[in-house]
Structure formats: C-alpha cells, structure tokens
Design a protein around this ligand. Sequence first.
Ligand code: ZN
Ligand code: ZN
Length: 353
Amino acid sequence: MPLTESSSSMPAAVLLKPGQIEIQTRPVPSPSPDEILVRIACVGVCGSDIHYYRHGRIGEQIIKSPQCLGHECSGFVAAVGSEVRGFEIGQLVACEPSRVCGWCTQCRTGHYNLCPNVKFLGTPPVEGVFQEYYLFHFSQCFPVPDGISPAAAAMIEPFVTGFCASRTLCPVPGHTALVIGVGAIGLACVNMARLYGATTIIALDKLDNRLAFAARQGATHTLNVTRADPLDFVRSTTAGQGADCVYEASGAGPEVADLLIEAAAINAQLALIGIPADDYFPLLIHRARRKGLTIHNIRRFANCYPQALSLLAAGKIDLDSWITHRFALDQVPQAMELAETYADNVLKALIEM
Ligand SMILES: [Zn+2]
Ligand SMILES: [Zn+2]
C-alpha cells in the first residue's frame, strides 16, 4: 500500500473547447509502484497553454477531447508508490513535465529531451496540471531545498530552457551575449549569460516592462526594437564586433532571421529557442558560412533541474520576482487572457491551488 494523504475527489480546470474551461470534479488517482502523487501547489501560465486555450492546437498537436492544460509546476508529495524511495509525504518538489520512456537511444545516452516517446504535460492527449493532484513518474520529481517558495519552484521549468541553451552555447567570461525576446525564457538566458561571466548582455524586446526586468536581472544594454534598429544597436554596443553568443528566444521566426546572423560575431554560437509560427526559417547562408557560425536547436531541456534548484537555493537567481500576477484554479481563463494580451505589465501569471 502506498503512503497517502486522504482525499478522494479534486477540482480540475478542463478545457472543453477553444476558449472554454470548466471546473469539474475528478477522482484523485493513486500511484503505481514507480509513481508519486503530487498535490499541485503552483502552475505557471505558458505561451503554449494560451495557444491551446485559444486555438485548440499547436501545429499538428490538436486537442481532440476535453483535458487540462498546464505544465510549469511545483507541488507537495501526497503519496508515493511502493517502489519509490527518497521522498517524504508533504515534501515540496519541482516537477519536470516530460515523462520519457527511459529505454530509447536518446534516453539511454542522456538526451531524454529528444525522446520520441515523450509524454509532455498539457500537450494533447497528455493531461496537464491545472488540477489539484497529478501522478508523476518518480524521476520527474525533484526535492526543493528549504527556503524556496512553491512559486519559484514552479518557475524552474521555464528557467531550465535558458539554462540548457546556455550550457550549449557556453559563454566564457568577457563574452558578449545577445538575447532576442525577454519573456521568461529570454530572462533565463540573460541570467545564465550573467552567471557564465558574459560582460555585455544585450536584451531586445518590444515591451518596455520586459526590458526593465531584463536590466534588473543582468542585461547591460536594452533596446525596444519598435523604436530603433536592433542591428545598429548591437554593432554600436559591441564596437562593430557582434555578439559571441546569440539567443533567439522571441519565436519571431523570419522577422529576426537576418538579425541573428548579422548581429553574430565571427565564430559565434547561436541558439534557436523560440518557437516560430512559420514552417520555414530563412538563413543568410553565405554570411553564416563565412563567419563560421554554429547554430543549435534547443529542444526543451534535460538534466537541469537539480542544478537550477541549486542556483535558486544559493540566491544566484531570483524567480519569485517573475510572478507578477496570481490566480486561483477557477480563474484559469482570466489568467490566460491576461497573459495573452500582455496586459498590466504581466510577466508571469501563476495559478495557485
Ligand atoms: Zn512552458
Ligand atoms: Zn526515450
């Protein structure tokens, strides 16, 4: 018998069709031998949630039956399966949203972010965490050190994408980093570039409040791209050299494709992180070739949670301040609409259970 808190039913914010979410009552599931039942504490609202809420799909991934969205979460251990060791009831955990197979080549070589059999929370047909309890494989749960809030623990999920991108680009002390788009993931890139020792960190965005935020978290130069030419700005900021590390975190696709290449220094590393709406991404191939640029696709993240939690525990990053708005579970639609319209200087909207 698994150890358990007592509760038999729970509320869930179920997406019935695009734009319509209803609070339903569901039975609380019990864990298989290798699972942990988590009582969800906090869930961040992500751009992908908003896409599914509004359009019912992202590319070929289509919502075909009612389900919960949500994947950026933390919670408290409520029950553990009979084979799970090392977790205590009531303990705060940060939960990784990818449930991977564990046996494919990518999983077995440490690249589980590329597992073709992945089930990602809140991506159809996989249920998300806009509900009170959720079953995770134990390997998805990471104990949160003392002193870290459930809200900050939930922000580990967007943070680790920037963590993973930085580990790939590996800025060295004194490098120049360019971050295009400073929503949560771009902010994570700014923070990581700072921690790696980049001395010039340029942030570009269309929203002044996000740029102000980026400046507080380590950006040394910021530009609202609606007001001046970003390439001129990067060139003048870097004495014409360009950036050694370029993070594309805006998802603007073709709109920024030329900028990426032109703003990169010779021998620079580029990370494509943002998810564009377009299928094609133009490449200034001769400029890229002559500069010897290396372009990486960053597909989610792997093996980052413990290190990111250590950074948080050591006070090297501040994720509590990312949360600008808080909502209850029955206010998921309001949270989505706020985040969708960038109203009220929202950076991150959080659902608190
Ligand atoms: Zn997300
Ligand atoms: Zn796998």
